[in-house]
Design a protein around this ligand. Structure first.
Ligand SMILES: [Zn+2]
Length: 322
């Protein structure tokens, strides 16, 4: 028997293909024109969580993407993870927490305003049997557009009209300050203007929370600055179970969990983002905590192992029973 190589495998497949097409009994099946809904339910104590996939953005990157590593090292990490060199896979997964007395949505997806391959959150919400009108509370981790744009649709209408919107107070203080807008580099100004588009006309409906406080029973906010000044993570507790919601402490784990010292160009304070990442990941790994990351591959939930050089994400096994 010849050794199994890509070439012998392709040759064998070609032969099998000829044989199959010569079989007159093989019936043609129609091709699907849509992906399956992407929702995943799991439990933390008495709480039911629903991970909702919004889609993916292949974010263009340059040799300036990581501020403190040679781009050759970054290219090597991307190769190891089967990723292209010129774009970063950036999936989006938001989380609905049913705490019994209400529905809490943590971050809101892109609202279909960032990538043609994202904006599926609303369809997936419907597929999960959740009416957007039934969402009582939205808790925002930070003010980057992929986390807040899903508050409104393209025409500026609220997608979750009955929800109280809660935002980190230090995040509001930084981004909504016009002096910071005026002092910002040109490539960051659209981020400031987008925040004004989302928040200015609904400012009275927005509640500011201090990271460290509980925002709903069993949902504790924890300050995690660096990625942005008010960037916040969440610990969800019910019964004797808990989940750590990492927000953007690390973006794709194949890059940033494996290389926790890397400072991304999109981090407002690179060294602070690294310190926060290592502190939170060390705790999650040591305590063997269940974690979810907004930019981790769907369903974005699993554990972190500490390795000699960083951390490795171990996805959960898909459970068919709740
Ligand atoms: Zn993000």
């Amino acid at each position: 028997m010849p050794a199994l190589t890509r070439r012998t495998l392709l040759a064998a497949t070609a032969v099998a293909g000829v044989a199959a097409s010569a079989d007159p009994a093989a019936a043609a099946a129609p091709l699907a024109d849509k992906q399956a809904p992407a929702i995943y339910r799991y439990k933390i104590g008495a709480y039911q969580l629903t991970a909702l996939y919004d889609g993916i953005w292949y974010r263009p990157i340059t040799d300036k993407f990581i501020r403190n590593a040679p781009f050759a090292d970054v290219e090597h990490a991307l190769d190891v993870a089967f990723m292209p060199h010129d774009k970063l896979a950036t999936p989006f997964t938001a989380l609905v927490v049913n705490i019994g007395s209400k529905l809490v949505l943590i971050d809101t997806g892109t609202g279909g305003q960032i990538s043609p391959a994202a904006g599926e959150l609303r369809d997936n919400l419907v597929a999960a049997g959740i009416d957007p009108h039934a969402v009582d509370q939205i808790v925002i981790s930070h003010f980057h557009p992929d986390h807040i744009n899903g508050i409104k649709d393209k025409d500026n209408n609220l997608i979750f009209p009955n929800a109280e919107i809660m935002v980190p107070a230090p995040e509001w203080a930084f981004w909504m300050d016009d002096a910071n807008l005026n002092a910002a580099p040109a490539d960051l100004k659209p981020t400031f203007l987008n925040q004004r588009r989302i928040f200015t006309d609904i400012a009275k409906q927005v509640t500011h929370y201090q990271p460290g406080k509980e925002v709903a029973p069993g949902i504790v906010t924890l300050p995690a600055p660096g990625h942005t000044p008010g960037h916040t993570v969440f610990a969800i507790h019910s019964g004797d179970q808990s989940l750590l919601v990492l927000s953007d402490t690390a973006q794709h784990p194949a890059v940033f969990a494996r290389h926790p010292n890397w400072e991304a160009a999109f981090d407002v304070d690179g060294p602070e983002a690294v310190a926060t990442r290592k502190k939170i990941f060390d705790r999650a790994a040591a305590d063997r905590m269940l974690i979810t990351g907004y930019h981790f591959p769907f369903p974005a939930c699993g554990h972190l192992i500490k390795t000699a050089t960083g951390y490795e994400h171990v996805p959960i096994e898909w459970q068919t029973n709740l």
